[in-house]
Design a protein around this ligand. Structure first.
Ligand SMILES: Nc1ncnc2c1ncn2[C@@H]1O[C@H](COP(=O)(O)OP(=O)(O)O)[C@@H](O)[C@H]1O
Ligand SMILES: [Mg+2]
Length: 257
């Protein structure tokens, strides 16, 4: 496993018990192979530390690389350079280097430590909403009946009508799907939360519910990195902001080298 011994972050996670996530000089260049190998530089060296109880809000114009950074932190995109480390769990001084980690280590980290909520629900056909929301708890060994009870409580709080709970969300409205997505992302009490515009398709009342849930998670000690499209939500949840600016929009790879 790519763990502490060889990691440049080992001492930081030992010396700072509250440190949950450390990203250093993260770079990401997309290569468009179909278009003459044009390189799109999306992140040109981003660094951030996030401790328990912090919510770092990423700000910057469209195309600044906010979603790309969150995907790199989650291990969906492989960073082109730099390093990303996330503490394994609350009690441990161990951490996982996301870049270079084995897939099963990344999956274990997602089950136990890191949650991610994207703007859109990836609908899984024919799975009932209640089961979709309960799944992250069941994966962590919580009994089905308790997981269902907690899923229902969260769906109720998010104003998802009870008649929808036994249906698959494929036919739900955008806002309903978004709230199912948020319930699924927040139910397991992950210690690190990555949130990419989770309130984009919600009305003011439901945005307020989601803001409250995020603040509660933060106050329980979650380390959060998020993007929020409206200033009210940013104001409510942020403990700190990190501005991203789009690097050079496009460069031919040979120029960039
Ligand atoms: N999968 C991808 N393939 C190619 N280019 C991408 C990909 N994802 C993002 N980009 C590019 O990276 C840049 C940053 O995008 P993104 O992270 O989505 O910005 P933001 O979330 O701040 O609006 C944009 O120029 C975008 O076109
Ligand atoms: Mg985005």
């Amino acid at each position: 496993m790519m763990r502490t011994a060889s990691s440049p972050h080992a001492s930081a996670f030992v010396e700072r018990p509250a440190l949950m996530l450390r990203a250093q000089d993260v770079r990401k260049t997309f290569t468009l192979h179909g278009q003459g190998g044009i390189g799109i530089e999306a992140l040109a060296g981003v660094s951030l530390d996030v401790e328990r109880g912090e919510c770092v809000v990423l700000v910057g114009p469209s195309g600044a690389g906010k979603s790309t950074l969150l995907r790199c932190l989650y291990g969906n995109y492989l960073a082109s350079g730099g390093s990303i480390a996330i503490r394994d769990d609350d009690a441990s001084e161990q951490h996982l280097e996301i870049t270079g980690a084995a897939p099963h280590d990344v999956l274990r980290l997602r089950r136990n430590v890191v949650g991610y909520v994207s703007q859109f629900l990836r609908v899984i056909p024919r799975v009932a909403t209640r089961d979709l929301v309960a799944a992250p708890l069941v994966a962590r060994g919580v009994a089905q009946s308790e997981a269902h009870a907690r899923a229902e409580a969260l769906l109720a709080r998010l104003n998802v009508p009870r008649r929808l709970w036994s249906l698959a969300p494929a036919t739900f409205s955008g806002g309903e799907q978004q709230r199912v997505n948020i319930a699924r992302g927040l139910i397991a009490g992950h210690r690190v939360l990555l949130l990419d515009e989770p309130t984009a398709s919600l009305d003011a009342e439901n945005r307020e519910v989601v803001s409250s849930l995020i603040v509660e998670a933060r106050e329980l000690g979650a380390a959060i990195v998020g993007v929020f499209h409206d200033e009210d939500t940013r104001e409510r949840v942020a403990t700190r902001r990190l501005a991203l600016t789009a690097p050079r929009a496009q460069t031919a790879l040979n120029e960039a080298a």
